[in-house]
Design a protein around this ligand. Structure first.
Ligand code: ATP
Ligand code: PRP
Length: 234
């Protein structure tokens, strides 16, 4: 006799909790504040950096949150493993996933994606005359597209952090990285030579999930929209 199907296996998609992907690291705290204003309260373990758990229940039985790396939020949502999430517009611009729809600017974690180089070489020759340039970045696509748009081939040295070290150690002439206060650049003798894009964090949703579960996901988007409006007015 074959085993009976389990309740979970028969559970229709619409009754499983929605999954919201949230970035750990520097924007976790600011995300927590936005969630609270939207009336979403994850279990206390969500802010515990020592827990090995990655998925947390919330005060809404129809919504669980997962805590992943900032770059991975977009990937979980693009592939439909999470239906909704929060991530920086820098990450969205880097991956450019067609399945990801970003309906709301949450106006947190504001910074800029910039080109920077050592203060002593900045402005020493005309970049429009370069045919190629070596650039260290954790944004290979943004950097490549930016230089290609002006006819310059960027040879990208891909790093995951500490880009600011690359020029002084001869790894690259330029870097493309995030800048907020500019103190990291200053501490490493670099200056901004161009701003590629302004950055803030966005609410994102999977387009197919929005089509198949419009009420549940639409209601969540509305919760965030109202929280933002209240914030803006009050
Ligand atoms: P990890 O690199 O380990 O994944 P992290 O939190 O340091 O963790 P980052 O990519 O540096 O990851 O930052 C996450 C997001 O926070 C970025 O995608 C960007 O949107 C925003 N952000 C990064 N640096 C700054 C900054 N200096 N000021 C404001 N926002 C920032
Ligand atoms: C980010 C970014 C810069 C720094 C810019 O790094 O990559 O290094 O913030 O901020 P500032 O202009 O205010 O100095 P983060 O602190 O996230 O560390 P990371 O290098 O590990 O990404």
């Amino acid at each position: 006799m074959t085993a009976p199907y389990t309740a979970a296996a028969l559970e229709p998609e619409a009754t499983a909790p929605l999954i919201m992907a949230l970035p750990k690291g520097r924007i976790l705290e600011q995300c927590g504040a936005v969630l609270a204003r939207a009336g979403i309260v994850p279990s206390p373990d969500y802010v515990n950096e020592n827990t090995r758990h990655m998925r947390f229940a919330t005060n809404d039985p129809n919504l669980d949150v997962i805590r992943v790396r900032s770059f991975d939020v977009a990937t979980f949502v693009a592939f439909g493993a999470a239906q909704i999430g929060i991530c920086g517009s820098d990450v969205l611009q880097e991956f450019d996933y067609s399945e990801v729809y970003a309906p709301l600017d949450l106006r947190i974690a504001k910074c800029r994606v910039c080109v920077a180089e050592p203060a002593e070489t900045a402005g020493s020759d005309d970049p429009s005359r370069w045919s190629r340039v070596r650039v260290a970045s954790k944004y290979p696509n943004i950097a490549r597209r930016h230089f290609a748009s002006r006819g310059v081939q960027a040879d990208i040295v891909e790093l995951s952090g500490a880009m600011e070290l690359a020029p002084m150690l001869g790894l690259s002439r330029l870097i493309v990285d995030l800048v907020d206060t500019g103190s990291t650049l200053r501490a490493n003798g670099l200056v901004v030579t161009e701003t590629i894009a302004d950055v803030s964090s966005r609410l994102i949703v999977n387009r197919t999930a929005l089509k198949t579960q419009p009420e549940a996901i639409g209601a969540l988007i509305e919760q965030f929209r109202k929280a933002l409006e209240a914030d803006f007015c009050g």
